[in-house]
Design a protein around this ligand. Structure first.
Ligand SMILES: [Zn+2]
Length: 114
C-alpha cells in the first residue's frame, strides 16, 4: 500500500510535532508549580489552561497513534463502526478519522442528546 506511505510520514511528522509541544507544555507546567507562592494563584490559573492544552495534544497523539496502527494492519480508511470505506475527501481533511461521515454524525447527534 504505497499510497499510505506519504500519509504515514505525514502522521509521524505531526505526531513528533505534538510530542515536542507536549514536552514544552509539561515543562511550563512544572515551572509553574515550582514558582514562588506569591505567584502561585496566578500560576495555578495559567497551569489549568496549559493542562487543557496538554490534554488536547495528548488526545491528538493518541488518535494519530491509532491511525498509524490502522495503517500497519491495513484497516486504515475503514469505518470502525460500520466497516464501509471512509470517503477520501473526509480522510484528506481529517486523516485520522475512525468513522465514516454517517457514523460520525450519528455519534455527534447521540452525544448532543442530554
Ligand atoms: Zn460508518
Amino acid at each position: 500500500m504505497s499510497g499510505n506511505d506519504a500519509l504515514r510520514e505525514q502522521l509521524e511528522t505531526k505526531k513528533a510535532e505534538l510530542m515536542a509541544r507536549l514536552d514544552r507544555i509539561t515543562a511550563n507546567l512544572r515551572r509553574g508549580l515550582e514558582a514562588d507562592s506569591k505567584e502561585r494563584a496566578k500560576q495555578m490559573e495559567d497551569s489549568e489552561v496549559v493542562d487543557a492544552l496538554g490534554n488536547e495534544a495528548r488526545e491528538e497523539i493518541a488518535k494519530i497513534s491509532a491511525a498509524l496502527q490502522r495503517i500497519e494492519s491495513d484497516e486504515f480508511g475503514i469505518c470502525t463502526e460500520c466497516g464501509v470505506k471512509i470517503h477520501p475527501d473526509r480522510l484528506a481533511a481529517y486523516p485520522y478519522a475512525e468513522e465514516c461521515i454517517e457514523c460520525a454524525e450519528f455519534a455527534e447527534r447521540r452525544r448532543s442528546i442530554p
